[in-house]
Design a protein around this ligand. Structure first.
Ligand SMILES: NC(=O)c1ccc[n+]([C@@H]2O[C@H](COP(=O)([O-])OP(=O)(O)OC[C@H]3O[C@@H](n4cnc5c(N)ncnc54)[C@H](OP(=O)(O)O)[C@@H]3O)[C@@H](O)[C@H]2O)c1
Length: 248
């Protein structure tokens, strides 16, 4: 199963959430070399504008939507998916990378309800909302790939990271369950579990640690290259598969 119908590889749309910087941005840039239509989004418009410019410089044949979208808000997610369908066609919706994420460095007793909600709503509910919005199109065309960007913190607990770990453990459960649900439709749901990646997430999380250790971290380009390989190599990576990538 899960061998893409060749006719479906001619007009594909890939949506990458949280693609204004870091791993999402590099993934969008790499996918834009292989896929006809790209949708990039985050909450920061000027970062999205920069990514759109970078992609256009690399491949002026690719069609791009670059827009603001907070994945934790269903109306924004639904309007993003609607724009992609209206512009590129419902039958083209083929690739979703659930990458948008936030992390906060707090003991559980110091975690505000607000930060808890933001973490769960972005990392988990955001993936649920956009997957739910996109899945009917993939089911109809009987092909598609959903790749969830997870973390070592989705497999093991870490102190000061309880909200993040809770969101990422749950995201892994969502992916495992969905993979079983959609197998009959030739849809692949996969997960990448990453170690430390040298992005702004670490700079915000613990700047001193980042400065001391950035050279020992994975680069966002390397993480993105593995994500793109998992998406495009349909013979090697099957529905339900996951990859752990912890070392540079
Ligand atoms: N860096 C690491 O060490 C590491 C390790 C394992 C896994 N990961 C995972 O990798 C993914 C990407 O992280 P990164 O390291 O590339 O971090 P990053 O550089 O901070 O990028 C995160 C992206 O997500 C976007 N984002 C955050 N909240 C959002 C929301 N509510 N709606 C839409 N977009 C949102 C951010 O843009 P705005 O803030 O402008 O919205 C940004 O574009 C995350 O899921 C993270 O958990 C990272």
């Amino acid at each position: 199963m899960n061998t893409l119908n060749p006719k479906n590889t001619q007009n594909r749309t890939a949506l990458i959430t949280g693609s204004g910087r870091g791993i999402g941005k590099e993934t969008a840039i790499m996918l834009a070399r292989q896929v006809e239509n790209i949708v990039v989004c985050s909450r920061t418009k000027n970062e999205i504008n920069e990514v759109v410019k970078d992609i256009e410089e690399i491949n002026d044949q690719v069609n791009i939507i670059g827009t603001k979208c907070d994945v934790s808000i269903s109306s924004q997610v639904n309007s993003l998916v609607r724009s992609a369908v209206d512009r590129f066609g419902s039958e083209s919706i083929d690739i979703l990378v659930n990458n948008a994420g936030v992390a906060f460095d707090k003991k559980l007793v110091d975690t505000s309800e607000d930060k808890w909600d933001q973490t769960i709503d972005t990392n988990l509910k955001g993936a649920f909302l956009i997957t739910k919005a996109i899945l009917p199109y993939m089911i109809k065309r009987e092909s598609g790939t959903i790749l969830n960007v997870n973390s070592g913190a989705g497999k093991a607990g870490f102190s000061f990271l309880s909200s993040y770990c809770a969101s990422k453990f749950a995201l892994a459960g969502l992916a495992e369950s969905l993979a079983l649900e959609v197998d009959m439709y030739n849809i692949r749901v996969m997960t990448i579990f990453l170690g430390q990646v040298a992005t702004k997430m670490w700079q915000y999380y613990d700047y001193n640690y980042y400065e001391k250790n950035k050279n020992k971290m994975l680069s966002p380009k390397k993480a993105a290259a593995k994500i793109v390989e998992m998406i495009l190599d349909v013979k090697k990576y099957k529905n339900g598969d996951s990859v752990e990538m912890y070392n540079p």
